[in-house]
Design a protein around this ligand. Structure first.
Ligand code: ADP
Ligand code: MG
Length: 449
């Protein structure tokens, strides 16, 4: 007879799960769960929203089941996820969960009110940039100076910069935020109006300088020169400087060498396009902010299709919502597919491959036949090839986990999800496997052009 309470068992389970899943994953899906009850081999986990329930059931079921079986030493446990009322007033309880992180929002007209740390979803694509932004907020001028954040369009650079700005204002730091374009215009005007002293004093008296999109001053010699002096003055006085750019300093062609080397003094962090889970978590959070009811299938559909740009991800969600309102229909898969038709065709990888194309390519690469991947053979080689096929179909097509399972000999979607995670994680440590998969992807895409 089990004497521990459901909560005690669940606490122990969370301890193990924390080791097994990635940190962003844990934070997004597991952190706010509780052990509700445990009776007759039925374990009920309390989760904050139905979306989290669906996600865990679909993607983490077997891991959670295995963990609970291990902890309770019973041969069988049925796990279910139940939305737990207590958690639903999300925003007020949320700040308590994030108590170590500044979630400061000021009414400054300069900084967008929703560009705060709290609304920034962290995944492996951006966690370094996020952590660095937090560090300079907590210890401005001394942790990393300058902090240089680079990354493609729409990946959250401005969002982080504003979040730092909110926090600085709340700490009474005299913060100046400019885009490099504004800086250039102000500088040109100052010269024209003979007010360069004023211009200089304004910037040099700031307690923190946030410069967005510095790539804009590439090639503008005089502005770059003026920025160089401002930079030096502030840096010498230990004032925090944070810069964003769409490229790392070393690949900015017309950047003056002196400036480039200054940028390299501090910390350079980049933001990569978000992986599927982060895209899904972002959509979930935006849907919640907008208080719309939208099922996880639809969010998954959007997340699978829009991969390169978070602004577009948000835009696509808005579009689906707008369509639904316009047509007075519920935002289901069919409506979403229709709403996204034009956008998807513009995505670089918008043309999806079919599962048989992927199967064929994987089979070729492992010197097997596609039927082997669908069949029952379970030797190591076949199992690995099958897992790679599951991984790649998930990455390269818009098939759901269940559909992928079906394609691969009617296997369970939990198995597909596990295979996907395993391969994704093995790729980070196993260079041979990583190269093999990249090679398959390359061949798939060159064939598909
Ligand atoms: P960039 O400056 O890199 O072009 P932005 O900071 O303007 O990108 O981000 C584009 C949009 O995506 C903004 O609405 C921003 O709030 C949102 N966004 C970007 N990254 C995240 C994230 N990690 N979590 C939540 N929203 C994000
Ligand atoms: Mg920006």
């Amino acid at each position: 007879m089990e004497t521990r309470s459901a909560q005690e068992i669940w606490d122990a389970a969370l301890g193990e799960l924390q080791i097994q899943v990635s940190k962003p994953n844990y934070r997004t899906w597991l952190e706010k769960t509780i052990g509700l009850s445990y009776q007759d081999n039925q374990f009920v986990v309390g989760v904050p929203t139905s979306f989290v329930a669906e996600y865990l059931d679909k993607n983490q079921y077997s891991l959670i089941e295995k963990t609970l079986i291990g902890l309770t030493t019973t041969p069988e446990i049925k796990v279910s996820f139940q939305v737990n009322g207590k958690h639903q007033s999300s925003l007020s309880t949320r700040s308590a969960d994030w108590k170590n992180l500044p979630s400061i929002r000021t009414d400054s007209p300069i900084f967008k009110s929703n560009y705060v740390f709290d609304s920034f979803i962290v995944g492996s694509c951006n966690h370094l940039a996020y952590a660095a932004a937090q560090a300079v907020t907590q210890n401005p001028g001394y942790s990393y100076n300058p902090l240089f954040i680079c990354g493609g369009v729409g990946l959250g650079k401005t969002h982080l910069l504003h979040a730092i700005g909110h926090a600085a204002l709340a700490n009474n730091i005299k913060v100046i935020y400019v885009t490099a374009e504004q800086f250039t215009n102000e500088f040109v005007n100052a010269i024209r109006e003979r007010k360069t002293d004023e211009f200089r004093d304004k910037y040099r008296s700031s307690g923190m300088l946030l410069v967005d999109d510095i790539h804009f001053i590439s090639g503008k010699e005089q502005t770059a020169e003026s920025f160089f002096h401002t930079f030096n003055a502030l840096h010498n006085a230990n004032r925090q400087i944070v810069i964003t750019s769409d490229q790392p300093p070393k690949s900015m062609p017309f950047l003056e060498e002196r400036l480039r080397s200054r940028f390299e003094w501090g910390l350079i962090v980049d933001i990569q396009p978000p992986e599927f889970e982060t895209r899904l978590a972002i959509l979930q959070s935006k849907a919640k902010q907008r208080e719309v009811n939208i099922t996880s299938d639809v969010l998954e559909l959007i997340a699978r299709q829009i991969r390169q740009n978070i602004r577009e991800l948000e835009g696509s969600l808005n579009r689906v919502i707008a369509y639904a309102r316009l047509l007075r229909a519920s935002p289901d898969i069919e409506l979403a597919t229709h709403a996204l038709k034009d956008i998807v065709s513009k995505e670089p990888k918008g043309v999806f491959l079919t599962s048989s194309q992927v199967l064929k390519a994987v089979a070729d690469s492992f010197q097997m036949e596609p039927v082997d991947l669908k069949g029952r053979k379970r030797d190591r080689g076949t199992t690995l090839a099958r897992q790679v096929a599951m991984y790649l179909i998930r990455q390269e097509t818009n098939y759901s986990l269940a559909q992928i399972g079906k394609e691969l000999g009617n296997r369970d979607h939990h198995l597909v999800s596990q295979a996907h995670k395993k391969i994704a994680s093995d790729m980070t440590t196993d260079r041979g496997l990583n190269n093999k998969i990249l090679d398959i992807q390359q061949r798939l895409h060159s064939r598909n052009r």
